[in-house]
Design a binder for this molecule. Structure first.
Ligand code: IDP
Ligand code: MG
Length: 148
C-alpha cells in the first residue's frame, strides 16, 4: 500500500488558510482547533495560488460581482492548503469555520472568533472549507494532484 495516497474509504475535506489568515500568523491557531477536534492532517503545503487554479476552484462563483476582487484577495499572498481526514469531516470543518460573514459568524468558530469586516470589496474570512464530499473530491484533485 502506498501510504502517500489518501485512503479512498475515509472522508476528506480541503481546508485553505486564506492569505489574511496566513499573513496574521493564524495558521497554527486554525490547525490547532482542527486537530483538537480530533481530525487528522493528511496533506499540508504553503503556496501562492495561480489565477487559473483559483478560477477553477471558485468556478461556481464565476460571473458574480465579487468574483474578481475575491480572486485577487486569494492570490495576494501565500495560502496554506490542507487535506483533513475523519468521519463527517466535511460537515465538522464547516462547523468549526462558522458562516461566511465573519462579523456575524457564531462566537466559538474560527471566523467568529478571529475574523471581522474590513473596508474591502470582498469578504476576508480566514478560511475555506469544502461544502460537500463531492466538492471535497474535486478540490483535493485541484490542490493536491499528487495525493489522489
Ligand atoms: P464559503 O466560503 O462560506 O463557502 P461562498 O459563498 O462559497 O462562502 O463564497 C466564497 C468566498 O467568496 C467567501 O468565503 C468570501 O471570501 C467571498 N464572498 C462570498 N460572498 C461574498 C459577497 O457577497 N461579497 C464579497 N465576497 C464574498
Ligand atoms: Mg463555498
Amino acid at each position: 500500500m502506498n501510504h502517500d495516497l489518501l485512503d479512498p474509504d475515509s472522508e476528506h475535506t480541503l481546508l485553505l488558510v486564506k492569505p489574511d489568515g496566513y499573513r496574521r500568523g493564524l495558521t497554527g491557531e486554525i490547525l490547532r482547533r482542527i486537530e483538537a477536534k480530533g481530525y487528522v492532517l493528511r496533506g499540508l503545503k504553503v503556496m501562492v495560488a495561480s489565477r487559473d487554479l483559483l478560477e477553477e476552484h471558485y468556478a461556481e462563483h464565476r460571473g458574480k460581482g465579487f468574483f474578481d476582487p475575491m480572486v485577487a484577495y486569494m492570490s495576494s499572498g501565500p495560502v496554506v492548503a490542507v487535506v483533513i481526514e475523519g468521519q463527517r469531516v466535511v460537515e465538522g470543518v464547516r462547523a468549526l469555520m462558522g458562516s461566511t460573514d465573519p462579523t456575524t459568524a457564531p462566537v466559538g468558530t474560527i471566523r467568529g472568533d478571529l475574523g471581522r469586516a474590513w473596508d474591502k470589496p470582498h469578504v476576508e474570512n480566514l478560511v475555506h472549507g469544502s461544502d460537500s464530499p463531492e466538492s471535497a473530491r474535486r478540490e483535493i484533485k485541484l490542490w493536491f494532484p499528487e495525493l489522489v
